[in-house]
Design a protein around this ligand. Structure first.
Ligand code: ZN
Length: 279
């Protein structure tokens, strides 16, 4: 009887032992399964990390107010959105040969309309205190100041040294007046040379000509005719880079031009949202 009891206890213990081993085997096989699944889990973790990083980048966009939205097409001079989400139906306003007789009044008109613009200035209009004060006022109203050379020459007629002087001396002068060097360059008559391109790059300026303008043509030296053509020009399209000048008839037409462009659903683009060289 004792023997039978012993046998039963022994049998029970053996069964218990086998049971434990099976369990631990199962535990191992579960671990193995986990090992197999591990790479998959790692991938999903990576995906989450990527999403996190994208989230951070998106956050940076909202935090960084100076993130450029547009760039200047260096072939056709149009203003193009960098991202697909950015409005492409925009027009850039530029006013050249400033500040001569009308720039300040033009700036006031644009300011009232909340229409941003670039004023491309010449050194020969910045010789006395009064002219320099006008530039400062235009800048402090929030407009962007661009380089249009010191004396408005055709750069292709000049030596390399003269071209450098035309561009750099004006940047020095503008910096003296407003505390900042121009970030955009427009060559007189749209004549860019290898030298002016190189100097613009050294000076960290974006080169731009324009896509259309009419205020120097005989038929459009009158405000109504000018406003009419600027708003109905065949060249008006998304990203148009509009050239105007510091002239009486352009000053008179300016409000109608801005209103007319807006009625056609064009947004007047802020040049401060255009990518510059230093960014
Ligand atoms: Zn000019």
């Amino acid at each position: 009887m004792k023997n039978i009891l012993f046998l039963i206890v022994a049998l029970f213990m053996i069964l218990l032992l086998i049971g434990c081993q099976t369990e631990s085997n199962q535990g191992e096989s579960e671990q193995e399964e986990e090992n197999i699944q591990e790479p998959v889990e790692e991938e999903s973790v990576k995906e989450e990390e990527v999403e996190d990083r994208e989230g951070e980048i998106e956050l940076d966009v909202t935090v960084n107010e100076h993130q450029p939205l547009y760039r200047v097409n260096q072939t056709n001079w149009a203003i193009e959105p960098i991202s697909e989400e950015t409005n492409s139906q925009v027009v850039l306003l530029t006013i050249d040969d400033a500040p001569d007789q009308h720039a300040l009044e033009m700036a006031n008109t644009l300011k009232t309309l909340e229409a941003p613009a670039i004023f491309f200035v010449n050194g020969h209009f910045l010789q006395d205190q009064e002219q320099q004060q006008i530039l400062k006022e235009i800048y402090e109203m929030g407009f962007v100041i661009g380089n249009h050379t010191y004396t408005h020459p055709n750069l292709s007629d000049l030596s390399e040294e003269q071209q450098r002087e035309e561009i750099i001396a004006l940047n020095d002068l503008v910096e003296d007046i407003i505390g900042e060097r121009p970030k955009f360059f427009r060559a007189p008559f749209g004549v860019n040379t290898d030298v002016s391109n190189a100097v613009a790059e050294e000076e960290e300026m974006v080169v731009m000509n324009w896509t259309y303008g009419y205020d120097w043509e005989a038929d459009y030296t009158e405000a109504d005719a000018l406003a009419e053509i600027m708003v109905n020009a065949p060249e008006l399209r998304d990203g148009a880079n509009v050239l105007m000048h510091d002239r009486a008839w352009t000053r008179e037409a300016l409000e109608d031009i801005v209103i007319g462009l807006r009625e056609k659903d064009y947004e007047i683009v802020n040049p401060k949202t255009i990518e510059t060289v230093s960014e």
